[in-house]
Design a protein around this ligand. Structure first.
Ligand SMILES: Cc1cc2nc3c(=O)[nH]c(=O)nc-3n(C[C@H](O)[C@H](O)[C@H](O)COP(=O)(O)OP(=O)(O)OC[C@H]3O[C@@H](n4cnc5c(N)ncnc54)[C@H](O)[C@@H]3O)c2cc1C
Length: 403
């Protein structure tokens, strides 16, 4: 059986590593659109962007692929999957057959469809090449306007402040990170950035970009003109699966075991729209998930038949603080806080119908980690115990087999 992995990122490389660790000694081909070996993206908005490290963080050392007998094809983009023929077509028409296929193509940055969006000098951030361009431009800039206060926008704002740039962030929602954290926690993040000197224009979309020859200003729907040496757009992403396995949004719908509808096809990482046993159908863009899904998909394409039920966890570094999110919730009817939002040291437990769905922590790392078993068990912890910092969350864990 030949295994073909499309997408040379975290999920793809983790899957290959697991295949070999499981003793699979058949042919593995990796099609990777980017011209570099698989690397980790989190440093790109943090230490790599700030120039504190200059080496990419490789998922595996570049020599590893050859040592493992992986046919790594850098710069090769899959244009289409033809599941009926078990073949992937490359952009130049070449046909690459497969026995089992793992789609791990991640996401692409969304663009704003407004006048001036095609002006040169507008930056976004996803790839190593993007980070190199942005880092170089930041070196000679004194001011930046960042469009979008999602995780990428917030992290870039924090990095730019540390580099001494004057930073303004424009966001269409009323707070940063509004869609993930809601308004109350979003305001805590906003206050943290304001204390570090970031200016915000909140609740206003972008009407256009302006500049003579290159982007020099963002014009908001409210009519403000915000000038910056650097303009960075971070307004979300869209999944990037090849035609033939993509749904109408560009994702690959997969079952609980990460298998797609077509025989022999699996998906992992940001591109996988997963039927999660706890949360229902969700698609997340997290580092930890990409690794774990890659590992599970690899075992399953060798026949393990495992259900992927990881309760999800991710982090975001901004200034000297670390935000962590365990679990997943788009809606909740109760938030219980342990610690203090004002002092920015807290765990916020998000509950729906009494069930703990998600824990958001700022500088209380252990509480995020320790709530994972509760989230996995769909536990209904006593809110008074959740709120009490003296209570170790591990003692609230339901007995094995319960829940
Ligand atoms: C700047 C930045 C900072 C981040 N920071 C954090 C963080 O702090 N914490 C956290 O939890 N997560 C973070 N993330 C998210 C995390 O990096 C992603 O969730 C993770 O990289 C997803 O892995 P993946 O393998 O699914 O996709 P990717 O790592 O994006 O890899 C997909 C690869 O597939 C390639 N590809 C796409 N289409 C094709 C095709 N048709 N043919 C061949 N190749 C193709 C792409 O070029 C890409 O190289 C960050 C992401 C970015 C961009």
């Amino acid at each position: 059986m030949d295994v073909l992995v499309v997408g040379g990122g975290l999920a793809g490389a983790s899957a290959i590593s697991t295949l070999r660790a499981q003793g699979f000694d058949g042919r593995i081909t990796l099609l990777a659109e980017e011209p570099v070996h698989p690397y980790e993206r989190p440093p790109l908005s943090k230490e790599y962007l700030r120039g504190e490290t200059t080496e990419p963080q490789w998922v595996r050392p570049p020599s590893w692929y050859e040592e493992q007998g992986v046919d790594l094809r850098l710069g090769a983009r899959a244009a289409q999957v033809v599941p009926g023929d078990r073949v992937v077509l490359l952009e130049d028409g070449e046909r690459v057959p497969y026995g089992r296929l793992l789609v791990a193509t991640g996401v692409r940055n969304r663009r704003l469809e407004v006048p001036g969006a095609d002006l040169p000098g507008l930056f976004d951030l996803r790839t190593l090449a993007d980070a190199d361009r942005l880092r170089e431009a930041a070196g000679s800039a004194t001011s930046a306007v960042i469009v979008g206060a999602g995780f990428i926008g917030c992290e870039v704002a924090a990095s730019f402040r540390r580099l001494g740039l004057d930073v303004t962030v424009v966001e269409v929602f009323p707070t940063p990170l509004y869609r993930v954290l809601g308004p109350e926690l979003g305001r805590v993040v906003e206050a943290m950035h304001r204390d570090h000197g970031v200016r915000f224009v909140l609740g206003e979309g972008v009407a256009s970009f302006e500049g003579s020859g290159r982007a020099e200003a963002v014009v908001t729907e409210g009519g403000r003109r915000l000038e910056g040496d650097l303009i960075v757009v971070g307004v979300g992403t869209k999944p990037d699966a090849p035609v033939g396995v993509a749904d109408e949004r560009g994702a690959v719908p997969v079952g609980p075991d990460l298998a797609a509808e077509s025989e022999g096809v699996y998906a992992a990482g940001d591109v996988a729209d997963h039927d999660h046993p706890i949360f229902g159908r969700i698609r997340v863009e997290h580092y930890d998930n990409a690794i774990k899904m890659g590992e599970t998909a690899a075992r399953n394409l060798l026949g393990a038949g495992e259900v992927f039920d990881d309760p999800h966890w991710f982090w975001s570094d901004q200034y000297d603080s670390q935000l962590q999110v365990a679990g997943f919730a788009t809606e909740w009817d109760r938030m219980v806080v342990r610690g203090s939002l004002e002092e920015r040291s807290f765990a916020a437990f998000l509950l729906k119908d009494g069930v703990l769905r998600c824990t958001v922590t700022l500088d209380r790392k252990l509480d995020a980690r320790r709530s994972l078993p509760l989230i996995r068990a769909q536990a209904r912890p006593d809110p008074a115990l959740l709120a009490d910092p003296a209570v170790d969350l591990r003692t609230l864990r339901p007995p094995e087999g319960a829940g």
